[in-house]
Write a protein that binds this ligand. Structure first.
Ligand code: PXG
Length: 302
């Protein structure tokens, strides 16, 4: 069945959802995006995702032509029209049509795209047996280059890292920041556990402020586990008792081997598995329910 895609004010069949070769998102990677999950008819933490989308756009001086209220409706309506109860939503705001030159001020209007479908980042078996990952040469962007907190459509350094991991026989890459501290993976945040304390790199080292990361930190605190945002080295990773990654696409997934060093017992850790379970208990409760958002489209942004 053909998907229904939202593009600039219209819901169209996916075959008709096309944008121009002169869109600056294609020409320069000039745009922002969000990846969002739908669990049992509930768009997980939609408000937080939209806030990050608008913040990323603001940093790039990219004006999103619809209000946040309308964007909520666009996301929810995309799920409803595709009759989804569980799935993955990709929101993209491109700089729009422009000239063959960088100047974003010559692009009069941003384009808004919403695709509601599904995603599987890692094969299912890794969620029970855990991932093997490796550190790669390509560093995460320095915060003063393109700040990794901006979820932009330019993922080239993460793509390079993913290729390097793949060339090394691993499915995921551990990326360091410019100073050699652990930043994140190519589409996931990193957590380690040591002596019962949960550690994750602060976002200022150059990591996305993940929405799954925030949720896991809340879940851990509710479970009585101390959470510390602190710079982490590869050595800290090697001697960790447990490790896992978090992200919208990945959800939460154990890591059992890094650079050929076993993490803890070499099996997914007990606290990791408990946190993953508690995380899943929240996913269908915490967010925007499809039935609760009015069917009628809100008034357009002035
Ligand atoms: N770091 C990076 C670099 C990411 O791209 C995360 C961390 C986790 O953030 P959230 O808010 O999702 O917990 C991401 C998110 C994809 C895909 O298509 C990637 C992400 C999200 C959704 C889809 O590979 N990355």
């Amino acid at each position: 069945m053909s998907r229904i895609v939202y593009l600039d004010g219209k819901f169209v069949k996916e075959e008709q959802a096309k944008i121009s070769v002169f869109d600056h998102c294609l020409l320069y990677g000039d745009g922002v995006f969000e990846g969002i999950r739908l669990y049992k008819g509930c768009v997980f933490r939609l408000r937080e995702h939209l806030q990050r989308l608008y913040d990323s756009a603001h940093a790039l001086m990219l004006e999103i032509p619809v209000s946040m209220e309308e964007m909520t409706w666009i996301v929810v309506e995309s799920c409803r029209r595709n009759k989804l109860k569980d799935g993955y939503i990709r929101l993209v705001v491109t700089r729009g049509l422009g000239t063959l030159g960088l100047a974003p001020w010559l692009c009069p209007k941003a384009s808004v795209i919403c695709i509601a479908g599904s995603i599987q980042l890692y094969p299912k078996e890794y969620y029970t047996k855990g991932l093997e990952i490796c550190t790669v040469p390509t560093r995460r962007n320095h915060p003063e280059v393109v700040n990794p907190r901006i979820k932009s459509c330019n993922y080239l350094n993460n793509i390079m890292a993913k290729i390097e991991a793949h060339n090394n026989g691993c499915i995921e890459a551990l990326m360091l920041d410019a100073n050699g501290y652990v930043a994140e993976c190519t589409g996931d945040n990193v957590f380690i556990l040591k002596d019962g304390v949960l550690y994750t790199p602060p976002t200022y080292v150059g990591a996305l402020k993940g929405i799954t990361r925030d949720c896991i930190m809340e879940v851990a605190e509710a479970e009585g586990i101390t959470v510390k945002e602190t710079p982490i080295t590869r050595f800290d990773v090697f001697i960790a008792d447990e490790m896992f990654l978090t992200g919208t696409a990945a959800e939460a997934i154990p890591v059992v081997m890094v650079d050929k060093r076993k993490i803890g017992s070499g099996k997914p850790g007990a606290i990791t598995l408990r946190l993953i379970e508690k995380f899943h208990e929240r996913t269908s409760q915490d967010g925007e329910h499809l039935d609760k958002v009015p069917k009628r489209k809100p008034a357009a942004k002035k």
